[in-house]
Every structure is written in structure tokens, then in C-alpha cells.
Design a protein around this ligand. Structure first.
Ligand SMILES: Nc1ncnc2c1ncn2[C@@H]1O[C@H](COP(=O)(O)OP(=O)(O)OP(=O)(O)O)[C@@H](O)[C@H]1O
Length: 232
């Protein structure tokens, strides 16, 4: 299958300004390849750099060295070297990210929060809202909550709104940060089904997932990380 995402020699360190500019190496020599229809889950001890790697893949952190190649409109774009405008373009069309927590926009109803990625692609509002409604219902968000801004929702409800928003645009590559952390068993099962359906459509998925049951259910492969050799 086509490689959708590949890193080559990726390195990332943080500069600790409050510690006199001390540099802390977190990632070095990371070579990762993820194919269409494959789910790779990061594994390794707490603090090894799983979140740092996921955020780097999304372009949130600037890499110190190496490449992050993403298949975008049939060509490979290096996220590590791309201009901000290009990164936004890649995120819009190709690279989705579902964080653990919903970034709540004040006064925007849950239904609109979920429909927004489709509306941004020019999908007709009736179609986008119908799809958003279906996803919210599948994730057990009842209709009475659809018109309410999610600011007051429970942690689990917010996470499910976030998942619905993350899955609605069917990005070819999806980065998932603890997609089931606040969910009960029924909703975990729904998320597992959504991930498997996305994989069957050919989506390439990279995930951080501490729940062993969910991990076993979605992972085709573990990417085992070990503490950076350069770390002090
Ligand atoms: N913005 C930052 N500035 C400075 N140090 C950071 C920053 N983000 C992460 N770190 C450090 O980088 C290391 C890796 O953190 P990261 O959150 O990537 O680990 P993780 O493997 O995701 O851990 P966990 O499984 O506990 O969530 C940690 O030592 C952390 O303190």
C-alpha cells in the first residue's frame, strides 16, 4: 500500500529557558512509515516523547532535523520544511488531528462545531449538518445537546464531539491523541468501529492510546519508542 506519512531522521529537542537555556533532546533519528489503511500506535514509557512526536507530525513543533513527508494531492510535502500556509493547506485536506480535549469555541452549537470542517470544504450546509447529526448520534450525543455549545458538556461528551469533528472530514491521514481517554465501554466500542471503518476506507492512522484493549483492537503495528540517546 502507498506510504502516506514518512519521517526520516526526525529530531526534536526543547530549550528550557527557565533552566538557563538547557536543551533537552526528546526525539532523535525517528524513522517512521505509515501506509494507507494502516494504524500505527506509539508505545513506550511515559515521557519518552509520544505526544512530542505526534505534535511534530502535525507541524505544531518545528523539528531540529529530519523530514516529515506527507502525501498531499499525490505529492510528498515535507512538513518539517514547509511554509505555514502549506501546512494549513495540508491540514485542511490531508492531515487530520484529534486531540484529547475539545477546543471550545464560545457560543457555537455542538452541531456546527462538528459540521464546520465539511462546511469549510464547501459541502452544502444541509448535507454537512446531516452528517454531523449522524456522527453525534453514533457517539451517543443526544439531539437535545446538538444545539448547545459544548462548553458545559462533560469531559466524555466533549471528547465525543471532538471525535465527531475529527472524523467528519475523512482526512486521508489521521493523528489520534488518546481518542478514548474519557470514554465508557460503549463509546470506546463506537470509536474502535469508527477507526476500523476509516482504515477500511484506506485512511492512514497514527495514534497514542494507553488503553490496551483499544490499542489491540485498532493497531496493525506498534511503533516502540525508547528514550532519546542524546537525552541527558
Ligand atoms: N513544550 C515543552 N517544553 C519543554 N519540555 C517538553 C515540552 N513538551 C514535552 N516536554 C518534555 O519532553 C518529554 C516528552 O514528553 P511527551 O509529552 O512527548 O511524552 P509522552 O511519551 O507523550 O508521555 P506520556 O505517555 O506521559 O503522555 C518530557 O520529558 C516532557 O517533559
Amino acid at each position: 500500500m502507498t506510504v502516506m506519512l514518512r519521517t526520516q531522521g526526525l529530531a526534536k529537542s526543547f530549550t528550557l529557558h527557565l533552566q538557563g537555556g538547557l536543551r533537552m533532546a526528546v526525539l532523535s533519528g525517528i524513522d517512521l512509515a505509515v501506509r494507507a489503511g494502516e494504524c500505527v500506535v506509539f508505545a513506550g514509557p511515559s515521557g519518552v516523547g509520544k505526544t512530542t512526536l505526534l505534535r511534530s507530525l502535525y507541524g505544531n513543533y518545528r523539528a531540529d532535523a529530519g523530514a516529515i513527508l506527507v502525501r498531499h494531492r499525490g505529492a510528498l510535502v515535507d512538513i518539517a520544511a514547509a511554509a505555514p500556509r502549506t501546512i494549513l493547506d495540508v491540514r485542511h485536506e490531508t492531515l487530520g488531528y484529534v486531540s484529547q480535549f475539545l477546543r471550545v469555541v464560545p457560543r457555537v452549537a455542538a452541531l456546527d462545531v462538528v459540521a464546520e470542517p465539511l462546511l469549510g470544504r464547501g459541502v452544502a450546509p444541509a448535507v454537512a449538518h446531516a452528517r454531523a447529526r449522524d456522527l453525534l448520534l453514533a457517539l451517543a450525543i443526544p439531539p437535545r445537546l446538538h444545539a448547545i455549545p459544548p462548553a458545559t458538556f462533560s469531559g466524555g461528551e466533549q471528547q465525543r464531539v471532538n471525535l465527531a469533528r475529527g472524523f467528519i472530514a475523512a482526512h486521508p491521514i489521521l493523528l489520534l491523541d488518546e481518542p478514548t481517554a474519557s470514554l465508557d465501554a460503549d463509546n470506546r466500542a463506537v470509536v474502535i468501529r469508527m477507526v476500523r471503518e476509516a482504515l477500511a476506507r484506506g485512511t492512514a492512522i497514527v495514534a497514542i492510546c494507553h488503553d490496551p484493549e483499544v490499542r489491540d483492537a485498532i493497531a496493525n503495528r506498534l511503533f516502540v519508542m525508547t528514550p532519546c540517546q542524546d537525552a541527558a
